[in-house]
Each structure stands twice: as structure tokens, then as C-alpha cells.
Write a protein that binds this ligand. Structure first.
Ligand code: IMP
Length: 195
């Protein structure tokens, strides 16, 4: 059934997509992350903050795999303008609806590239004085660890190049794919990514 779905999607998308992480690999790693989080936050009720839109599928799967009680909220920042390169400080498009002062907070990001978005969000949330703040990123494209930007839980380290699927988009396309794929460079250059 899943193979059939993947074949249909691959056919529709065409030959310019390489599967980087299969749905099965993602499912297994998300379960592992959830168990690590359960263990580390056993006596707490963290507020899980999903960064829209890219993390919406990851958050949904991660939360359902977590056994400890937790609350869920979302934030949205616009990190990218046209094209696929980062552009300055991210603009806050949607703020939290809950107060995080004195609470344990878990930021859930889809992908970390330069780290600018996550570091901006961490700084912003720290001004609200949470009791504890930790970050989860499904994908980490950075080649070097940044001591200024700890990411406590990383799903996969991946090489550079633009990836889509499992919530990640290129100009709002491909978010629904159950796997993560890499488009070939001509595809990313040709597409206007303004939203
Ligand atoms: P950073 O601020 O450079 O770390 O970029 C992080 C944000 O850029 C992510 O939350 C995504 O929205 C977007 N992004 C970075 N790389 C990719 C990618 O390969 N595919 C889709 N979105 C990406």
C-alpha cells in the first residue's frame, strides 16, 4: 500500500527528486526522539512549540509518540524571502497563545540550516523567562556545532542542498510527501519561492 502511494507520488513529481530519508526511517527516528524526550522530561509537563509551517507533520508525529503529558502551541516566523537562501532576521508572523514564564519549553524545528531562525526564537523565548528551554530539530544541515546554539535533540544530520517533504516545502509544494527528498539544483533555481 505504502509502496503504491510512493510510486504514484514519484510518478507525479518526476525524475528530479532523490529520496534522502524514507517514511520508515523517519518514523523510527521520531519514535526514538520521543522516547529520549519522555526520559528527560519525565517529571515535567513541557510546552511543545511547533515552528510553522514546516514542522507541522513532525510535531504531530512526535507528540503522538510521546508518553509524558505535554501542552502544544505554535509559532510562525518568515525566515526566507524569495529564493532558497536565508535573508536577515526572521519576522514573527504568529506568536504563542500561552504564557511560558516558569514553564519547560521544547521548541520543535523542521530543519536548521544557518541556525539564524532557531537562535532568534531561542533569544526571544528566553526573554519570557521559561524554567527550562530545549530544542528539537528533525534535520540539521550545519557542518559545525555552534556552542552558542545548543540543539538537544537532532533527528538526522544531512548534507547541504534543498530538501522537501514531511512538512518541508519549496514555494508551498511538496509538504505532503511522507518522505524527505532532495530536488535537483535546476528545480530549486527555476522555482519562485515567494509565498
Ligand atoms: P536557518 O535560519 O538558516 O537555520 O533556516 C531555517 C529555516 O529555513 C527552516 O525553518 C526552513 O523553513 C527553511 N529551510 C532551510 N533549509 C531548508 C530546506 O532544505 N528545505 C526547506 N526549507 C528549508
Amino acid at each position: 500500500m505504502e509502496e503504491q502511494l510512493l510510486a504514484t507520488q514519484a510518478e507525479r513529481i518526476g525524475p528530479h527528486m532523490d529520496v534522502v530519508l524514507s517514511a520508515d526511517q523517519i518514523r523510527r527516528r521520531v519514535n526514538e526522539l520521543a522516547h529520549e524526550i519522555d526520559r528527560d522530561f519525565m517529571d515535567e509537563t513541557p510546552i511543545v512549540i511547533g515552528m510553522l509551517k514546516g514542522s507541522f507533520i513532525f510535531v504531530a508525529d512526535l507528540c503522538r509518540a510521546m508518553a509524558i503529558p505535554h501542552h502544544i502551541d505554535f509559532m510562525a516566523v518568515a525566515a526566507y524571502g524569495a529564493g532558497t537562501t536565508a535573508s536577515g532576521a526572521p519576522k514573527l508572523l504568529k506568536d504563542l497563545t500561552v504564557n511560558i514564564t516558569g514553564r519547560t519549553v521544547l521548541i520543535v524545528e523542521d530543519i536548521v540550516d544557518t541556525g539564524a531562525t532557531l537562535s532568534h526564537i531561542r533569544r526571544l523565548l528566553m526573554t519570557r523567562q521559561p524554567r527550562r528551554l530545549a530544542s528539537v530539530a528533525l534535520l540539521d544541515k550545519r557542518t559545525h556545532e555552534d556552542p552558542e546554539l545548543p540543539i538537544e535533540y537532532v533527528g538526522f544530520k544531512i548534507d547541504g542542498g534543498f530538501v522537501v517533504g514531511y512538512g518541508l516545502d519549496l514555494a508551498e509544494r511538496y509538504r505532503h510527501l511522507p518522505y524527505i527528498g532532495r530536488l535537483n539544483p535546476t528545480q530549486t533555481e527555476e522555482t519562485d519561492t515567494r509565498v
